[in-house]
Design a protein around this ligand. Structure first.
Ligand SMILES: [Zn+2]
Length: 460
């Protein structure tokens, strides 16, 4: 193995590796981009030694679903339900984005993810009207230093006269070909390619089938939303299953309205599910399906979804998801028996799995990512557990999930490189880029209010 060695000393390791569990007072050696050794004591004279006493080291977090391009619009969608979001975001604000807006929003959003402890971001980018927009988003991800799967999507504007609506348009093959042959050709690179498609919920059967076949042709993970509004192709999931097109390279985001038989069939076919707990609860998708998946022996990955509404802290998302599912189960038990369950239905360790190893599984990367395991990529987070909000630590897993916040994320390593250290991002010049982000957001929001005023004027 080539590359430098970094030795983390005297840490509490929450490995999320089933065989290793939690190890107190342990050392972890990084060599190049990988975890080279884990033991109670490692001596490596050539290594850069990092004192991790009082720290909890966890695997890098995986955000399985984020529309990073909306980062410049923070707060703008705070009170919107799903129909308002479609009208004002996709048919409104999204149409005013230039490539430079996508670039700075993606960069800032990815840096925020790193700051919060995310090392792998599934960037669900569905505002790509031109190749220049797409390249600008990929450039933002690459510049941030985050590990990312760039899910190439398509915009959803209102159709203009004479145009076909977005739900009748197959995914642009030329773009997938271009990206697969060019910038995103490698599957082991830091930024890789996936497809953010419409699927049966948001497109016709013909489009759904064509997009699934295109993803299979290029062996790409494909992800699609499913929830909230009436599906455009109600029998689409069954038709996909009948055609043998549902597989482990299929990811469904939300899935709240799927029937029990449908959900079972999809889980059995290996389909993964990504839950975005805050967005689903807020915008009206229906109740998160975590409990329904658990009954089928499956587990979700989690995403923070909407930078225009929520902060992107994945520990926060895990906390919300856990609280929602426990609330649901407690309420069901009270309704059934008049009493509370004897203990919590979902253990706190499972919530950490949703944002680590389950995220890796969703990506088909569980052999490389998602746990502190020798041979896996050195993606990890150093949580400073000496803080006033975390002391004393009696259960490191509980402390991380239920007490830690982004302020406790002291350091973040991605592929063996420090992306954050001593509570500071490695990226130089964050302030200047934040000023660009603010100017971009103001310009775009200004155009929407201008359009609204013109509509109101025309109505008079
Ligand atoms: Zn989404």
């Amino acid at each position: 193995m080539k590359g430098r060695r970094i030795l983390l000393k005297c840490a509490t390791l929450v490995t999320m590796d089933e065989r290793l569990g939690v190890i107190d007072n342990a050392d972890l050696l990084v060599h190049g981009d990988r975890i080279a050794a884990i033991a109670h004591r490692i001596d490596e004279p050539d290594a850069q030694v990092v004192d991790c006493a009082g720290r909890i080291v966890i695997p890098g977090l995986i955000n399985a679903h984020l529309h990073t391009w909306q980062t410049g619009l923070r707060g703008a969608a705070a009170n919107w339900t799903l129909p308002e979001y479609f009208r004002s975001m996709h048919a409104g604000l999204a149409t005013f984005f230039g490539p430079e807006d996508i670039n700075v929003a993606t960069l800032a959003g990815a840096l925020n993810q790193i700051n919060c402890g995310t090392t792998t971001l599934v960037d669900w980018c569905h505002n790509n009207p031109t190749p220049e927009h797409t390249d600008a988003a990929i450039e933002g991800l690459a510049e941030s230093g985050i590990r990312a799967v760039f899910m190439h999507g398509s915009p959803k504007p209102d159709p203009k006269p004479g145009q076909r609506p977005f739900w009748e348009l197959p995914h642009p093959r030329a773009e997938i070909e271009r990206l697969r042959a060019g910038r995103l050709s490698g599957d082991d690179a830091l930024v890789t390619l996936g497809m953010a498609i419409l699927g049966p919920h948001y497109s016709t059967w013909e489009v759904t089938r064509a997009d699934f076949e295109l993803a299979r042709e290029y062996d790409l993970l494909k992800s699609m939303h499913c929830a909230g509004l009436a599906p455009r192709c109600p029998d689409g999931w069954d038709r996909l299953a009948d055609a043998g097109l549902l597989d482990a390279r299929t990811n469904v985001v939300h899935g709240n309205d799927l029937g029990d038989a449908q959900l079972r069939r999809m889980v059995e076919a290996g389909v993964s599910f990504s839950v975005t707990p805050e967005g689903e609860a807020t915008q009206g998708h229906g109740f998160p399906i975590i409990g329904r998946l658990r009954e089928l022996g499956a587990r979700p990955s989690l995403g923070s979804d909407l930078e225009s509404v929520f902060g992107g802290d994945m520990l926060g998302a895990a906390r919300v998801a856990l609280a929602l599912q426990r609330a649901r189960d407690n309420e069901a038990a009270r309704a059934r028996t008049g009493e509370l369950p004897a203990t919590s239905t979902v253990p706190v360790s499972e919530a950490l799995a949703w944002i680590t190893i389950e995220g890796a599984r969703m990506l088909g990367q569980q052999h490389r990512l998602g746990s502190l395991t020798v041979g896996k990529q050195a993606d990890l987070v150093v949580v400073d557990a000496r803080s006033i909000g975390m002391q004393p630590v009696h259960d490191p897993v509980a402390s991380v999930v239920l007490q830690a916040g982004p302020g406790d994320v002291e350091a973040v390593m991605i592929a063996g490189h420090w992306a954050k250290r001593d509570h500071r991002l490695a990226y130089p010049g964050v302030r200047a880029r934040l000023a660009e982000l603010a100017a971009s957001g103001e310009r775009i929001l200004g155009r929407l209010s201008g359009a609204g005023a013109r509509q109101a004027e025309a109505a008079h």
